[in-house]
Design a protein around this ligand. Structure first.
Ligand SMILES: *Cc1c(COP(=O)(O)O)cnc(C)c1O
Length: 409
């Protein structure tokens, strides 16, 4: 794909090829247009960039290191493995990059309140932290099921002065939390900004969130050129909504020699309801077809009547039936390959990284690490892989402890 073509997506109406767009109730059209105008102005404003860069550095802790995983490389016996250490950021994941960008934008728009949805809780924590920093109120919607499995993050959000509202509808996970957050926004659109956490939803969110996360790939490119004097052969990232993946990939999309692999949640199996693989499972029967969810046209897991399917993953952050529209486009274009990794493989990969490198990853990037374990040994020793380590494992210690060999907890 020519670099120029890639850089100009989405088009003026928010389309990535056939995907994307803006499928929302009438009341949200004007606020989304206002948001898009404000974002385009901010993007061209040097003052905005300076403030954002200052916060990314001093509040969030950028740049994050690009770490050469020497022991893991030796253990796998193939390509040289580098980890982009988004896990070292303030609040524990890449989410803060986007929250700072959108938080500053909301303040420019004169909004006094942030609304967010959260799955694993990382986006809720990052939004609450940014709200506290900017002196804004904050309401976070979280499915009851997710509140139970990510207890620590619920406490962190409340500690930061934000309100957590349990969502009891549907499967009581991320999809339902987004529905409730959108309902709140429709009602309170004058005073509130909806701070969406991934490259999903209606235009301009997929574009805006991607741009805020692209700092990951810009840094990684400069860092790998310094360390290896060449571009990487392969990029690996997990794909929930797709923001950490596109954040790493974007800067390299114009480089034909750089291969990219997005890793989704294979869950417990390939039957509909047992996984969250929208792009990655080969089977025709896994239920992924283009459709509209949460304001955008993309691949959606659905039954034969078009009802949105439930999903399963050990990792709450990957447990979502749709995927960012740009990923749907990149898959059809053949530019990025998508695959799925199951719960057990991800848990084993998390333990491997902890034991080999002294780093406990979140369960989401553990999916990318499980794919690394399959790929790296088949590559040559002079080849280079970058894995996006999107977050740290603190929030997952309960789940991880149940899978320790000693069978603790
Ligand atoms: C939220 C989250 C993800 C999934 O979201 P993307 O938008 O796909 O990046 C992945 N990793 C971590 C650590 C997360 O918190």
């Amino acid at each position: 794909m020519p670099r120029a073509a890639q850089q100009t997506l989405p088009d003026a109406r928010g389309h990535f090829g056939p995907y994307g767009g803006r499928f929302v109730p009438e009341t949200l059209v004007a606020p989304l247009e206002e948001l898009e105008r404000a974002y385009r102005r901010a993007r061209a404003d040097r003052g905005f960039a300076q403030t954002l860069n200052h916060l990314l550095a001093d509040f969030a802790g950028r740049p994050t290191p690009l770490y050469f995983a020497e022991r893991l490389t030796r253990y796998l016996g193939g390509a040289r493995v580098y980890l982009k250490r988004e896990d070292l950021l303030h609040t524990g994941a890449h989410k803060i990059n986007n929250c700072l960008g959108q938080g500053l934008l909301a303040a420019r728009l004169g909004k006094r309140r942030l609304i967010a949805e959260t799955g694993a809780g990382q986006h809720g924590v990052a939004t609450a932290a940014v709200a506290a920093h900017l002196g804004l109120k904050c309401t976070v919607y979280m499915g009851e099921e997710d509140m139970a499995r990510q207890r620590l993050n619920v406490v962190r959000i409340e500690m930061l002065g934000a309100e957590v509202i349990p969502v009891v509808s549907g499967s009581r996970t991320l999809k339902d939390a987004i529905n409730e957050a959108m309902r709140d926004w429709v009602t309170n659109v004058e005073s509130s900004h909806y701070l969406l956490g991934s490259v999903c939803g209606a235009h301009p969110y997929p574009m805006m969130v991607r741009d805020f996360q692209s700092v990951i790939g810009r840094e990684a490119r400069a860092q790998i050129l310094r360390a290896e004097k060449r571009l990487p052969d392969l990029l690996l990232a997990c794909v929930g909504g797709g923001s950490n993946a596109i954040g790493l990939f974007r800067e390299f999309l114009g480089e034909a020699a750089v291969k990219m692999l997005g890793v989704e949640a294979g869950g417990r199996g390939s039957a509909l309801g047992e996984h969250a693989a929208r792009l990655g499972l080969r089977s025709r029967r896994n239920g992924a077809r283009p459709g509209v969810l949460h304001g955008t046209y993309t691949y959606v897991l659905q039954d034969k009547h078009g009802q949105i399917s439930t999903t399963h993953s050990v990792s709450a952050g990957l447990d979502y039936p749709a995927v960012g529209p740009e990923h749907a486009f990149l898959r059809d274009a053949g530019r990025v390959v998508y695959t799925a990794v199951g719960d057990e493989e991800a848990l084993a990969a998390a333990r491997l990284l902890a034991e080999q490198e002294g780093i406990i990853p979140a369960l989401e990037p553990a999916h990318a690490l499980a794919e690394l374990v399959k790929r790296a040994p088949k590559m040559r020793r002079n080849q280079v892989i970058i894995v996006n380590l999107s977050g740290r494992g603190d929030k997952d210690m309960d789940i991880l402890s149940r899978h320790l060999p000693t069978g603790m907890a």
